[in-house]
Design a protein around this ligand. Sequence first.
Ligand SMILES: *[C@@H]1O[C@H](CO)[C@@H](O)[C@H](O)[C@H]1NC(C)=O
Ligand SMILES: *[C@@H]1O[C@H](CO)[C@@H](O)[C@H](O)[C@H]1NC(C)=O
Length: 176
Amino acid sequence: METIIHALILLSVVASHIIILCHAQNTTLITQTCNQTPNYNLCVSTLTSDPKTRYAKDMRDLAIIMVLHANGIATKTQNHIFGLIRNRGIAGLERQLLNNCYQNYSTIITKRLIETVEDLSAKKYDFARDMMKDVQRSVNVCEGSFEKPVKSPISVDNKAMFEISGVAYAIVSYLK
Ligand SMILES: *[C@@H]1O[C@H](CO)[C@@H](O)[C@H](O)[C@H]1NC(C)=O
Ligand SMILES: *[C@@H]1O[C@H](CO)[C@@H](O)[C@H](O)[C@H]1NC(C)=O
């Protein structure tokens, strides 16, 4: 009995390795795709760190993975803003601007990213491209709304968001 169990365990380990080998990441596809973007290193590191990349057949699949990453960063940013708003030490104009950014992230940015994934799935590339452009614009408006003397407490998040959506925009723009 024990031998059979050992054999089964061994078999499943071998099988899972075979599956992984069959789905090695297509480095040519990743390189070709990331060469179209303004941030090659960010593009490559984002794609290679995602297990879904193994199953990507073409540039469109990689575009979808990148947009999903942008959505993850948008969600993290929203959570960060939410935490700041809950902090009683933040008041007045800073609180108001953070509230606006929170609105922008929840209603505009996240919604558009989900629509972008839907458009990409339906091969509506022009719509997807316009959506990604709007996402970048909204991130800029949020960051730019902070003016002296109120320093943006979410610059790092907005910068990360702007960069990843710039990479996603470039890939989406390349699709035909
Ligand atoms: C990898 O991507 C290249 C470029 O898109 C493509 O020509 C090639 O067929 C792909 N290879 C595999 C194993 O899917
Ligand atoms: C961001 O949200 C605020 C408050 O809801 C709104 O007035 C503003 O137009 C939004 N900005 C963008 C770029 O959508």
